[in-house]
Design a protein around this ligand. Sequence first.
Ligand SMILES: Cc1cc2nc3c(=O)[nH]c(=O)nc-3n(C[C@H](O)[C@H](O)[C@H](O)COP(=O)(O)OP(=O)(O)OC[C@H]3O[C@@H](n4cnc5c(N)ncnc54)[C@H](O)[C@@H]3O)c2cc1C
Length: 314
Amino acid sequence: MPSALVFFTELSQAPSKAQRELLTLASGFENPAVAVASEVGAGAREVLSSYGVTKLFTAASDEQIFGAHEISVLDAALQATGAELVLLANDNFSRELGARLAVRHNGAIITDVTGISADLVATKDELAGSYSAQAKATRGTLFATLKPNSIQDVPAASSPALAVEELALNSAGDAKVRIADAQAKATSDRPALSEARVVVAGGRGVNGDFGPLEDLADALGAAVGASRAATDAGWISHDAQIGQTGVTVAPQLYISAGISGAIQQKAGMQTSKFIIAINKDVDAPVFEIADLGIVGDLAKVLPQAAEEIRRRQA
Ligand SMILES: Cc1cc2nc3c(=O)[nH]c(=O)nc-3n(C[C@H](O)[C@H](O)[C@H](O)COP(=O)(O)OP(=O)(O)OC[C@H]3O[C@@H](n4cnc5c(N)ncnc54)[C@H](O)[C@@H]3O)c2cc1C
């Protein structure tokens, strides 16, 4: 059985769903180890143990150079473990990190995977979810980023002792780029878009007003997403864009409102378990992939849906 190493930039005592899914996947391999590029508290260490992790590498952050600290941590942990599989989050930063280290170690990276077998064959969706493909690295360590909501989060049957190694690193090196300044982004109480079990997404049809859509999202505890037409119009942040050049989501429920369903939008949401589409045009392509279609004006449908959900919740 190959050995696995999971990398996180940070880990709290309440790991995100996507982080727990990565730990679950790693627990199926030999000697699952974790590397974290920041300090890890006692609560988070207990969580790691409950997923069968036997070894933790940590190193306090030295935020001088973009990505350099994280690269050093993962590189050092990889050399210490000799892991054949490195599992990373599916965000852009982790993908870049994995790709850079794959090149450095003459290995390979497969992104957006939905599962990895014991003989390191990765499964992923292709062509907007129309095909399920199997891929295998032909050399070196396999770096893989796991698409959230792809596997069930299941802690291990027993909690082994966790050995902790604090890495002593000097990542300053020969810096080409240094971080001059950083501001934390405003956070919301809504779940992260890529991990949410329910997503409510709006397009050009919302005509600049995401209010009714956000109200429905809050009634459902959902994340808010958007088409590129809506983000390009400046109605909502670019982080909310779902699709080929945006975030890929695979929630249990995806509600699409005022989105036509262009192929580039479908590429980011087609593997959702249940799709409800609201569009005033009966011929909109989104209805081709919808499990439930509502032909109507979203300005009327969304408030009624939110009101009914709140009435039933009361
Ligand atoms: C290389 C490339 C990459 C791209 N990447 C992405 C991507 O990642 N994500 C993405 O989304 N797009 C992407 N696009 C753009 C994509 O092709 C579409 O242009 C875009 O998805 C259209 O957004 P939309 O559906 O919101 O707008 P439209 O296509 O204009 O559709 C608006 C829909 O709203 C409906 N509507 C209008 N008013 C109402 C109302 N009151 N009630 C109900 N329905 C209403 C209309 O009937 C229509 O179907 C990309 C394009 C290219 C070329």
